[in-house]
Each structure stands twice: as structure tokens, then as C-alpha cells.
Design a protein around this ligand. Structure first.
Ligand SMILES: [Fe+2]
Ligand SMILES: [Fe+2]
Length: 137
């Protein structure tokens, strides 16, 4: 069992680099939550940026690994990645303009979004990709 898998094995793609990055995303969300509790506003800006940049990096890694398989589901997968980064961007802007606070609801939303995305989209697409590889053998 890969120790980097989130929630034991239930959110495990079996692709080491991806599972490791998911693990890091959850670590970053924990960090966001810890600083939100402390109301550490300067730090929160930096951590939100870190989460935003890491999401971009992670999505790019996934997209580079998956694009060669031409899966029917791939365009939808890309849309979901864009949707998430746009949500964080919008949140950053609202936060900077003091239109919103970093609440537990927002962090819960981000965390739940990532869990749903891994569960329903990442797992399915990496499973299809592995099947294509296996069928070639
Ligand atoms: Fe992912
Ligand atoms: Fe994804």
C-alpha cells in the first residue's frame, strides 16, 4: 500500500507522483486551516498563493500524463481543473478586496472539491489510462 494515498486506499490512483501530489495538496489545506484559525492575514495570503500555484503544478502534471490517451472524459477533466483554479483566483481577489473572510466553509468547500474530484475524475481517468497501457502488452 502506498503510504501517500489519501484516506487509506480509497483515494489512491496508484500513480506514485499523483498520489504524492494529492497528499501535498491536503497538507497545504491543513496549513490554510491552521492559519485561518490564527487569523494570520499576512501568512494567509502567502499560503493561498502557495495552494493556487501547487494546484496549477499538480493539474499540469496530471494533464501531461493523461493527454496521450485521448480519453473521452479528458476535456471534462480539464474543465474541472480550470473551474477549481478560477474558484481559488476569485477567492483570492475577494479576500484581497476584503469582500470575504477565510472561513471554515471556504476551506471545507476546497477540501470537498478536491476529494470529489480525485474520487470521481482522477481515479476513473488513471484507471482507464492503465487499462489502455495493459491492453498494449
Ligand atoms: Fe488530482
Ligand atoms: Fe484531476
Amino acid at each position: 500500500m502506498d503510504s501517500k494515498c489519501i484516506n487509506g486506499n480509497s483515494l489512491c490512483t496508484g500513480v506514485g507522483i499523483i498520489d504524492g501530489q494529492h497528499h501535498n495538496l491536503f497538507k497545504l489545506l491543513k496549513k490554510v486551516r491552521a492559519h485561518a484559525t490564527l487569523l494570520d492575514t499576512d501568512e494567509i495570503d502567502t499560503i493561498i498563493d502557495e495552494l493556487f500555484l501547487y494546484s496549477l503544478y499538480h493539474f499540469e502534471t496530471e494533464e501531461n500524463l493523461l493527454k496521450k490517451y485521448n480519453l473521452d472524459s479528458f476535456p471534462k477533466h480539464l474543465d474541472q481543473h480550470r473551474e477549481f483554479t478560477e474558484k481559488i483566483e476569485q477567492f483570492k481577489i475577494d479576500y484581497m478586496l476584503q469582500k470575504t473572510e477565510l472561513s471554515n466553509e471556504i476551506i471545507d468547500f476546497l477540501e470537498q472539491w478536491i476529494i470529489n474530484h480525485i474520487e470521481k475524475t482522477d481515479l476513473a481517468d488513471f484507471k482507464s489510462a492503465k487499462k489502455i497501457d495493459a491492453d498494449k502488452l
